[in-house]
Design a protein around this ligand. Structure first.
Ligand code: 4AD
Ligand code: MG
Length: 482
């Protein structure tokens, strides 16, 4: 028999009223030696258990304290009290795991408010809190909605390798993968590490993107997407970067840049709508939490929209689309630029956009999601399609309020000769990427795709502010605990 969960129970309790049921969970609170708030993680809501202390022995009662795990058999009844529709009158209480009280008091399970930093240090226990329960149920719903969107739209789900021999994506520093003994590395005659003796007979790394392999799949299957772990050894200790994150990468044969932007927009709106429809309780909780936090802030720093309204706003309108050239014009003439408020002043066309610029455009100028396209070729990757002007590439970035870049993508260079030229110019090895070039030799077609950082989307949807709080066990510089 499948376990009954509190979520199931609360959503369809009528047939079970006045029946005996069994439920398991953790104690969130035990009030007046009479009411247990039990939570099993299936929902934010607790089930109230009514305990008649005369029916239970002192040992059992003494073990019912916050964090302890219980299995309870009892009769389900309508609740006379305010705050809940039903409650369970306990007939049997089995203590599954009691508390090491002294140790518990040093943990976040001790019933009081803890900072997010403290919760992070006990990431193994933070699943037990209302906040992280809500965040990780929503993360799961986001992942599900992503698969559903692509499935409904005829995409084939592809798994691209995690260990890769190609380090040419240029997306950031890579983590090496080796079976060599680091204490005693084999060397070649000229003193370099001899990777020919390594497991794969060559130097390998953890992938920074599945794109190049996804392109191979799209060149046969048409519409594909990958969804997997991605690794970047860049030493950026920000609230937006992880060394290990999850990336979703669709790749579509015959799509141009406009169609790629349409896909990104439809995709993001679909996933956010799914969460609005299916995660009401958790979202309402996060919405209230954010509202409370906002009250502590000075007026001028407060957000203009609450969390739920912000999500609705993104699903309602279309995103703003503007070329890099237009973006530079706006930024050049912006107040912060004229007043020298940008750390990186915008002086001329060609400048790379920093997150301060992206956020100005999204949060101050347009106040909605913005897609910037046609970037200078010098600041973008070698595989992006060269536009007819010869100086820009068919790249696009989707920028979200409060987040900055959430998606990066492009139409891909499908001309063999131009790609080869760009690889040569960028010092990218033809021997290594022979297979990628091959795609342009046999039935090459226009194609496009993008990458979404899952955690950045979960940040946006939950209103959390640090990326370390939307992945169960964050990997960041100097931190790989758990
Ligand atoms: O813009 P990026 O580097 O694009 C690519 O890797 C392309 N190969 C994607 C493609 O066209 N198939 O990364 C894509 C997205 C970013 O927009 C961001 O959301 C996320 O991945 N991202 C990170 N998220 C968390 N931590 C990091 N260190 C990230 N680096 C990128
Ligand atoms: Mg990018």
């Amino acid at each position: 028999m499948t376990q009954l969960t509190i979520k199931n129970l609360l959503s369809q309790y009528t047939p079970l009223l006045h029946h005996e049921i069994k439920i398991s969970g953790w104690v969130r609170a035990f009030r007046s030696n009479r009411f247990i708030a039990l939570n099993d993680g299936s929902t934010l809501e607790n089930l109230q258990i009514v305990v008649d202390f005369e029916k239970f022995d002192a040992d059992t009662l003494s073990k019912i304290s916050t964090a302890a795990s219980l299995e309870i058999v009892g009769e389900l009844v309508e609740s006379a009290g305010a705050g809940q529709k039903i409650e369970l009158v306990a007939k049997e209480i089995h203590i599954l795991g009691d508390n090491f009280t002294e140790d518990r008091d040093k943990t976040i399970l001790q019933p009081k408010k803890h900072s997010l930093e403290t919760l992070r240090e006990q990431a193994h226990l933070r699943f037990r809190t209302n906040l992280f329960g809500a965040v990780f149920r929503i993360r799961s719903a986001v992942s599900f909605a992503i698969h559903q969107f692509f499935n409904e739209n005829g995409f084939v789900y592809i798994n691209t390798p995690i260990i890769t021999g190609a380090d040419a994506e240029g997306a950031g520093e890579m983590f090496g993968v080796s079976a060599l003994n680091l204490e005693n590395l084999p060397k070649t005659e000229n003193g370099e590490v001899d990777y020919s003796q390594d497991f794969f007979g060559k130097k390998t790394n953890l992938t920074v993107s599945g794109q190049l392999e996804a392109e191979c799949a799209a060149m046969g299957l048409g519409k594909v997407y990958t969804f997997g772990p991605t690794f970047r050894a860049e030493n950026s200790n920000t609230t937006r970067h992880l060394a290990e994150f999850w990336m979703v990468e669709p790749e579509v044969a015959f799509n141009n840049l406009d169609q790629n932007i349409d896909l990104a927009e439809d995709f993001l709106q679909y996933v956010i709508e799914y969460v609005l429809k299916n995660c009401e309780k958790d979202l309402a909780f996060l919405n209230d939490r954010q509202a409370e936090e906002q009250k502590q802030k000075p007026k001028e720093e407060r957000l203009e929209l609450n969390l739920i309204d912000k999500l609705k706003q993104v699903t309602e309108g279309r995103f703003v689309r503007l070329s890099y050239t237009e973006a530079i014009d706006i930024l050049k003439n912006s107040n912060p630029n004229k007043k020298g408020k940008f750390q990186y002043p915008i002086e001329e066309w060609g400048a790379d956009l920093q997150s301060e610029h992206e956020r100005y455009l999204v949060e101050k100028h347009f106040k909605k999601p913005v897609v910037i396209f046609d970037y200078p070729k010098e600041i973008k990757a070698f595989y992006m399609k060269l536009n007819e002007d010869g100086k820009t590439v068919a790249a696009m970035d989707v920028l979200f309020p409060g987040i900055g870049e959430i998606i990066g993508g492009s139409q891909r260079e499908d001309s063999y000769s131009i790609l080869l030229e760009k690889m040569k110019a960028g010092n990218i090895s033809e021997e290594e990427l022979w297979w990628y070039l091959d795609l342009r030799k046999f039935g090459s077609v226009p194609h496009a795709g993008f990458g979404l950082g899952l955690e950045r989307l979960v940040l946006f949807v939950t209103g959390m502010t640090n990326i370390r709080d939307v992945i169960p066990f964050p990997r960041t510089p100097r931190n790989a605990e758990f």
